[in-house]
Design a protein around this ligand. Structure first.
Ligand code: FAD
Ligand code: UDP
Length: 375
């Protein structure tokens, strides 16, 4: 077994960005992934010439110019702007919550009318200090929007009452008083032209990659393969679940090829009623303004997570946070292991945040190394 400078466990964005940063500094890296492809959850599969987001819709957005310039140095991004439509009991509403939504719900036309109506709705909810997702939503948008567009979606997505979920999840969604359906407030947004695999391929150029390889299948061997390990897998598994197992939400995807060039007229349609078993339908071609003859549509079903299923979302409630803090304390004592990414830090991070954190981890790590070399 050759010696490597770095063994990187997981080829998602954290692992791939770190691999790129190490490789360009002349380090010898081996990146392993238990899946049969690189890229982690941003991986796309070509079906009918359409890039299908295999692990759920991914829209890149950021306010960070350095991160935007970084990703654009590997692949050019298009001008896609995410504007999901929500369906509740047969009626359609624009998202995020904006003047279009307020008009569709209440017939209000001016920002003042909308603000007055929202103030009344929020007042009726009587929440003083929001401590959970339900209270946070009620204090942001009031009862009507909460019941039609949030409660059902949230409770099926997370598989538990909104009163047991952390407030921060709902703060992701903007509320604005302009007729603007852009789901994000960020300055930069788009989809890589030609798909996300181009980004992964660019990041991993020059790095040795071994797929279908689980770190835990032979941990001793992998630890001995390199001087330093970059670990982006499950942190609780890394520590043999000694403080208990962390919980996740999983998803099931039902992909369908349809014999039409345009099925739903939008990339993302959310179904906010509890009784519709899926949360959203994705028509992938619209991410890249596709003109193919056929289309691929994916229904996204929330799923209870158990060992062996894909862990998509950390459940950052009190119990899991307490457990995670214990693992984190252990991870801080490691001298030759860097932990990063959604699974190893148990955080609900978007792509730009993962990239920023990987760049920062690499910069700090190599700066410390340089100081060490000078002493
Ligand atoms: P991952 O992509 O999960 O990669 C981890 C990799 O490690 C995987 O390939 C896994 O197979 C591998 N691995 C794990 N354990 C082991 C092991 N023991 N041995 C070997 N390999 C292992 N972000 C956005 O910015 N915009 C969006 O629109 C967006 N939409 C999303 C939609 C969904 C449904 C989900 C789940 C996430 C979404 N995200 C979005 C978040 C985005 O996916 C993440 O921020 C990012 O991809 C995380 O990268 P990562 O490297 O942390 O983890
Ligand atoms: N959400 C909702 N209704 C919607 C869309 C989102 O209530 O139509 C809530 C839900 O709790 C979800 C959270 O907002 O988990 C964050 O939504 P986002 O679209 O950012 O979710 P992601 O793409 O990360 O799954």
């Amino acid at each position: 077994m050759p010696r490597y400078d770095y063994l990187i466990v997981g080829s998602g964005l954290f692992g791939s960005v770190f691999a790129h940063e190490a490789t360009r500094r002349g380090k010898k890296c081996l990146l392993i992934d238990k899946r049969n492809h690189a890229g982690g959850n941003i991986y796309c599969e070509k079906v009918e010439e359409i890039n299908v987001h295999k692990y759920g819709a991914h829209i890149f957005h950021t306010n960070d110019k350095a991160v935007w310039d970084f990703v654009n140095s590997f692949v050019e991004f298009n001008r896609y702007t995410n504007s999901p439509v929500a369906e509740y009991k047969g009626k359609r509403y624009n998202l995020p919550f904006n003047m279009n939504t307020f008009y569709q719900l209440w017939g209000v036309k001016t920002p003042k009318e909308a603000k007055d109506k929202l103030a009344t709705e929020i007042g009726l909810a009587r929440v003083e200090k929001p401590v959970n997702l339900e209270q946070q939503a009620l204090s942001l948008v009031g009862k009507d929007i909460y019941e039609k567009l949030i409660k059902g979606y949230t409770e099926k997505q997370w598989g538990r009452p909104a009163t047991e979920l952390p407030a921060f999840i709902i703060k992701r969604l903007p509320v604005r008083f302009t007729y603007d359906n852009n789901y994000f407030n960020d300055r930069y947004q788009g989809i890589p032209i030609g798909g996300y695999n181009k980004l992964t391929d660019g990041l991993l150029e020059g790095c040795e990659v071994q797929l279908n390889t689980d770190y835990f299948s032979d941990r001793g061997k992998w630890d001995n393969a390199a001087d330093c390990v970059v670990f982006t897998g499950h942190i609780d598994q890394y520590y043999d679940y000694q403080f208990g197992q962390l919980e996740y939400r999983s998803l099931k995807f039902e992909h369908q090829i349809l014999n039409t060039d345009n099925h739903q007229g939008n990339a993302v349609v959310n179904y906010t009623e509890r009784d519709v078993p899926y949360t959203r339908t994705i028509e992938h071609k619209h991410f890249e303004f596709g003109t193919q003859a056929k289309t691929v549509v994916t229904k996204e079903y929330p799923d209870e997570w158990t060992t062996g299923k894909e862990a998509y979302y950390p459940v950052n409630d009190e119990r899991n946070t307490r457990i995670y803090e214990k693992y984190k304390a252990l991870s801080k004592q490691e001298e030759h292991v860097i932990f990063g990414g959604r699974l190893a830090t148990y955080q609900y991070y978007d792509m730009h945040q993962i990239i920023a954190s990987a760049l920062k981890a690499a910069n700090v790590h190599f700066a410390v190394e340089q100081i060490g070399n000078q002493i």
